[in-house]
Design a protein around this ligand. Sequence first.
Ligand SMILES: *Cc1c(COP(=O)(O)O)cnc(C)c1O
Length: 430
Amino acid sequence: MTTKNSQELFDKAKNYIPGGVNSPVRAFRAVGGNPLFIKSAKGAYLYDEDGNAFIELINSWGPMILGHANELVEKAVADAIQLGFSYGAPTRREVEMAELITSIVPSVEKVRMVNSGTEATMSAIRVARGYTGRDKIIKFEGCYHGHGDSFLIAAGSGAITFGHPDSPGVTKGVANDTLTAPYNDLAAVQTLVDANQGQIACIILEPVVGNMGLVKPAEGFLEGLRQICDKEGIVLIFDEVMTGFRLAKGGFQERCGVTPDMTTMGKIIGGGMPVGAYGGKKEIMDCVSPAGPVYQAGTLSGNPIAMAAGQAMLTYLNEHPEVYERIETVGNTLTSGIRANMQKLGLNYTLNHVGSMFTLFFTDKPVNNFEDAKSSDTALFGKFFNAMLKRGIYMAPSQYEAMFISTALTDEHVAQILDASYESFQEILA
Ligand SMILES: *Cc1c(COP(=O)(O)O)cnc(C)c1O
């Protein structure tokens, strides 16, 4: 595989962009080697600057659930572009989009559009604080909620990959207001709540974690959090930026039956454009300016072109439940195939899987929290990643990430991925 053009671009990029990339995990540092510069994408494939093609398991870290350059979304964007790029004034489409979101996710009675998942979570905790009049928040070790200051305490994803979980630049004051507990540990949450009576505004979590690799909520964990929040007047926030519109049309909350007070959304909601949203109970959302005193704004929020993409995506998903059946089936076939391959080779790595998301952890231990995830052999993961890449399969370049399945994956692609995984296991064992 030639990577000359990517190599040249990366060398140049490093002169002008910190680390050569606009988001850290893209840099491939955790897996060795240099990032591939992507020129285009269509359906199940990414094409790089050297003309290599790769079958996709990242899908832009989740958004491209219908595969790349989906015609419906493409057309919606092309049509919207004719009407101007941004007005800074309300539009019909924003109303339709809000109506659509609230109908798909019933716990969201009112919603505010923003430009990224990070903005959604930052705003949501501000609203929770404004609503409760309390300062502290509880988050879980290994959960990632974007790069807002309050969340860079025991943050997952890129923050783990690079070993600076507590970022410089975050003040002690902010850090003191963020309390952390191990994921799936209700007793630890109860201890924090007891020690900070009447001071905790919200508990925020990924209801299924994608950002320390895929970790499922233990039986009763989400229900237990709901009970604690009800008892203590704490706002329960599900960060469904990754899981929303993916693990079910209405997000993981639809699947697990536990209803949060607020939900944050991103990724799929923009159909590939920069969009995020936060919403929840009317009573809470009516604290947001100009209805209420909690300030939050955005020059490009609800941007007409981004809304056109998001609306086309969500409308399609809303009307096509077979999308979820398909990616669920592919998820089952892929993960059981990888398990079978490991069995043939006498390997016993932990494969966590929910619907169209999965992570292969290079550890024999079950992975139910961040401590468990850290027992993975990241060097071995790096070898596996590169062995797969050589065979034309593009996985997330870090052990602490989930893979995402799109509807563009055919049975033939799945067979190719499974063959590549068998050969890659053999290669890294040799
Ligand atoms: C990706 C992600 C975010 C941040 O979204 P950005 O659009 O990257 O700012 C927040 N929370 C979760 C769960 C995510 O997966």
